[in-house]
Design a protein around this ligand. Structure first.
Ligand SMILES: *[C@@H]1O[C@H](CO)[C@@H](O)[C@H](O)[C@H]1NC(C)=O
Length: 300
């Protein structure tokens, strides 16, 4: 299995270089420090000394924010409480993205619905500009009643989407099998609340009811274990000498995190009971054959 060895050596070398060159940090966030409100003309607000952020949407505009930092790998947690009541037509996004035509992107999108009808959690992964990797889920709770934690773990081997610590989706690094994996372009965190009633709810049949505006989604407890990327460098910024031996510290465990048996059971539980769309089983959409990552088995 020469290719297996080569692949695992490559990813280990890469991991070591990330650990050696990266500012691996961990902290509880503050919205003033970590994010910029980028659009919405006052509709996005940072509250409680930076502990909370709200986005709102009315007929004239939605709103959004983005991280000040760019990251190359990380484990990012955010708690969201989604638009309550009749949220049909609204979409709340929370995602990582790089810039440019061959961009990478890791997406959570929450598609609103009529009161009492379930949101759809829509996910996607773009690598080198190629997406079309949608998986959609219902949630096992009402995401508008309380805050819940939505996490993206992005390390050199895999991307894991989790909800309240329960993995719902994994995208493995199958670079050695010819599937591009996001591992070179730094990404920012973005979030927005906007009107997408041409497609979001029941395929676009249910429109936004502006009588219920403004619609509001709330954010708190951003937490990141991540590598901050500094412009002009192809890797993360340098460590101060005192913190350079970070490979043994618990805060960098995410860099090698994988799914243990219990997490794999949870993932299967979600996929069996809550997954409502999986591009990997949509043969009609890919008459030429399913995408390679759907059929290739991972080496690790
Ligand atoms: C909205 O509710 C309908 C009916 O229960 C359901 O089919 C649909 O998947 C739900 N979510 C969205 C975003 O349309």
């Amino acid at each position: 299995m020469a290719s297996y060895d080569a692949a695992s050596r490559t990813s280990m070398a890469m991991l070591l270089s990330v650990l050696a060159s990266c500012l691996v940090f961990a902290y509880a966030g503050n919205f003033y420090r970590d994010f910029d409100i980028t659009w919405g003309d006052g509709r996005a607000k940072i509250l409680n000394n930076g502990d909370r952020l709200t986005l709102s949407l009315d007929k004239a505009s939605g709103s959004g924010f983005q991280s000040k930092n760019q990251y190359l790998f990380g484990k990012m947690d955010m708690q969201l409480k989604l638009v309550p009541g009749n949220s049909a037509g609204t979409v709340t996004t929370y995602y990582l993205s790089s810039q440019g035509p061959t961009h990478d992107e890791i997406d959570f999108e929450f598609l609103g619905n009529l009161s009492g009808q379930p949101y759809i959690l829509h996910t996607n992964v773009f690598s080198q500009g190629k997406g079309n990797r949608e998986q959609q889920f219902y949630l096992w709770f009402d995401p508008t009643a309380d805050f819940h934690t939505y996490s993206i773990l992005w390390n050199p081997q895999r991307i894991i989407f989790s909800v309240d610590g329960i993995p719902i989706r994994v995208f493995k690094n199958l670079n050695s099998r010819g599937v591009a994996f996001p591992n070179k372009q730094p990404m920012r965190i973005y979030s927005s609340l906007w009107n997408a009633d041409d497609w979001a709810t029941q395929g676009g049949r249910v429109k936004t009811d502006w009588a219920g505006a403004p619609f509001t989604a709330s954010y708190r407890n951003f937490n990141a274990n991540a590598c901050i990327w500094s412009p002009g460098k192809s890797s993360c910024s340098s460590l101060s000498p005192s913190s350079s031996s970070s490979s043994s510290s618990p805060s960098s465990a995410w860099l090698m995190e994988t799914l243990d048996a219990s997490s794999q059971r949870k993932l299967r539980w979600v996929q069996k009971n809550y997954m409502i769309y999986n591009y990997c089983t949509d043969r009609k959409r890919f008459p030429q054959g399913l995408p390679l990552e759907c059929t290739a088995t991972a080496t690790s």
